[in-house]
Design a protein around this ligand. Sequence first.
Ligand code: DAH
Length: 341
Amino acid sequence: MKEQLAKIRTEALAALESVKDAAALDELRVKYLGKKGELTAVLKQMGKLTAEERPAMGALANEVRAAVEAAVDAASEKLAEAALSLKLKAETVDVTIPGKTPQLGHKHPMYMALDEIKDIFVGMGFTVLDGPEIELASYNFDKLNAEEGHPSRDWSDTFYFDEGSRVMLRSQTSPMQVRAMETMELPIRIIAPGRVYRKDEVDATHSPMFHQVEGMVIDKNVTMADLKGTLNLLAEELFGKGTVTRFRPHHFPFTEPSCEMDVQCHKCGGAGCPTCKGEGWIELLGAGMIHPRVLEMSGIDPNEWSGWAFGMGLERTAMRRFKIADLRLIFENDVRFLEQF
Ligand code: DAH
């Protein structure tokens, strides 16, 4: 029996030493320690021993059981450690692999140009105003000195909502001049960007909806020199230091005198090329000294106050700023186009 116990110990320890997985370990545990296992089988023979032999053999059996149990525990721990290190290896995360960049939106080039324009004017103390796109004809025309019969009021040019031609989609941002004069304290320095609407067919330079930025200053002793100085600064900030401008006489009902400001063509430097259609100059905006009658209609005394105003097309400015050839690209919102800026 002693030999049997010793054999069980040797065999069991050797087998447990090299056990490969949990199933095999369980098999060994049952084989040696189970109810029908080898150790139990030996213990069942205890009855055959004499009373003197029994205690020593019992002690030996317990010793063997304890040794086998300890070996089972050790093997189990070893297997668990091996499994854990395998798992860790399999689940390793390489934090140095570059992440997936999410697709972010992109600011529209026209709004980039608008932000630049806003920055330039806010830096000079102007307030940015927002106003209605559905406008009264009295604000869009009458209070801007464009009386009944003025060609711009024609049904073929303007989107009216009613037979009486009273309510319309504004055709210019200039009504914001009137809204500012009626609501703001003097002196006034504002710009008012926004959408305007005209009955134009879509082509490379036209759209029935486009954007303008209106600007207006009313103060004491304001002159055409202030207008030129401010708008020259605008041109230099937008198109670069040394940008050459020229002011041509023009006519608008709400300004007197009126002018248009051109910027010398950035492509050819004034020699004439396809970009400026051979002119050497590109028209940027309309402007002028606010007509005394316009001031008066909004309750401002033209003997005490004077002012200047301008209106510029935002799409065209962005096209010049970013050298975009076709207006339609501005509205198509093709990401491949937008991402270039
Ligand atoms: N409203 C004019 C247009 O749409 C542009 C304009 C010209 C605005 C002269 C002004 C200005 O404020 O003084 O063609």
